[in-house]
Ligand binder design. Structure first.
Ligand SMILES: Cc1cc2nc3c(=O)[nH]c(=O)nc-3n(C[C@H](O)[C@H](O)[C@H](O)COP(=O)(O)OP(=O)(O)OC[C@H]3O[C@@H](n4cnc5c(N)ncnc54)[C@H](O)[C@@H]3O)c2cc1C
Length: 331
């Protein structure tokens, strides 16, 4: 595995002395849009790259991917299947179905990761592409509609809901989300699920925009033919609706990033510089796990960028020169 004759600058004499357990140039944790995109670029750059993926990409419940150039509306599972298939062309890349359960930086550099199957994998560099959990409201009837007529992102699913009777659930960023959703339909209601803490200015903005505020507690939703049909209130009343925008705070899926030494920002995302470098040398992040803009296109772009930056960092380290893209200042 360790002789890479074809690429002089990347020859590593220590490969002959590699320990019996695995030590890869790069391990990517997560094989969603970000991880597969990074693997593609690293494979094309002939880096020994292992992708460990638990296969639970966050948009799997969705009917299609909205807003991904060249793949608009493609079922998410199909994107991941195609992504893995493309990687088969690159012999230095391996994709494994595995869940990383722990990790730590190693003395002298690099990282060690353990998987749920009991494997131990070592890496000179790690890319975290683990995505985030989306906290979907625990509302009776909502789960089967999630990613279709109940959605969190108008850019992803607003087009399919256009011109319908829509509602925004929850007071969190309610004013902004309601105004945003009006780009897809004039018929938008803000459901604050109980008394709303809206000031006069906010109520006035909503009133001017023609967005009613309903403060009755919400008890659930009903569906017809697999699509949202109404929002049900705790008092028994119903509001017929075709689409529901819900608020889903994002959070780290596991403590892995912190185990590897990464710092989280105030949003709970991995703190990276503009190029996906974390505060830990050799540890990178891409996609939802570190982004402000959780979308598939963003994840693909960040995966691609982090791979190129990482590759440049390897070269710089190997030849003892400064990276072409300057490293972030020490924290
Ligand atoms: C319901 C829904 C619908 C969406 N629809 C759209 C849409 O239409 N258009 C759009 O642009 N965006 C959409 N998004 C957002 C989009 O899905 C994300 O921005 C995108 O998937 C992020 O890609 P990622 O690679 O960062 O993370 P993910 O796609 O979540 O992939 C992360 C991968 O890492 C794996 N992983 C995590 N931890 C570990 C571990 N410890 N070991 C091994 N593997 C691990 C996961 O199992 C998963 O396979 C949607 C999101 C949701 C929740």
């Amino acid at each position: 595995m360790w002789s890479l004759e074809h690429h002089g600058v990347m020859e590593h004499t220590d490969r002959q002395d590699a320990p019996a357990d695995e030590r890869w140039e790069v391990v990517i944790v997560g094989g969603g849009a970000a991880g597969l995109s990074a693997a593609l670029v690293l494979g094309r750059a002939r880096r020994w790259t292992l992708v460990l993926d638990a296969g639970e990409q966050s948009n799997r419940p969705a009917h299609g991917i909205g807003g991904l150039l060249g793949h608009d509306g493609l079922p998410p599972a199909e994107l991941y299947r195609k992504g893995r298939e493309e990687l088969r062309a690159y012999p230095s890349v391996e994709v494994r179905d595995a869940r990383v359960t722990g990790g730590a930086p190693e003395e002298g550099g690099g990282f060690v990761l353990s998987t749920a199957d009991g494997d131990v994998v070592r890496a000179e560099r790690v890319v975290l592409a683990t995505g985030m959990t989306y906290a979907v409201p625990d509302l009776p009837g909502l789960a089967p509609l999630w990613g279709d007529t109940a959605f969190h992102c108008p850019y992803c699913h607003g087009w399919e809901a256009r011109d319908g009777a829509l509602a925004v659930l929850g007071a969190d960023h309610g004013v902004h989300r309601a105004l945003l959703l009006q780009g897809w339909s004039r018929d938008v209601v803000l459901l604050t699920d109980g008394p709303a803490e809206l000031d006069d200015a906010e109520r006035s903005v909503l009133w001017s925009a023609g967005i009613p505020v309903v403060e009755r507690p919400v008890a659930g939703v009903t569906a017809r033919d697999g699509k949202l049909s109404a929002v049900v209130f705790a008092d028994g009343g119903e509001l017929p609706r075709d689409g529901l925008l819900v608020f889903t705070p994002l959070a780290q899926r596991t403590g892995l990033a912190e185990e590897l030494g990464a710092v989280l920002d105030e949003r709970g995302a991995v703190d990276v510089d503009g190029f996906g470098r974390t505060t830990v040398p050799g540890l990178y992040a891409a996609g939802d796990v570190s982004t402000l803009m959780p979308q598939v296109a963003t994840a693909v772009a960040e995966g691609s960028r982090v791979a190129a930056v990482l590759n440049g960092d390897v070269l710089a380290e190997h030849h003892g020169i400064a990276p072409m893209i300057p490293a972030r200042a020490a924290a």
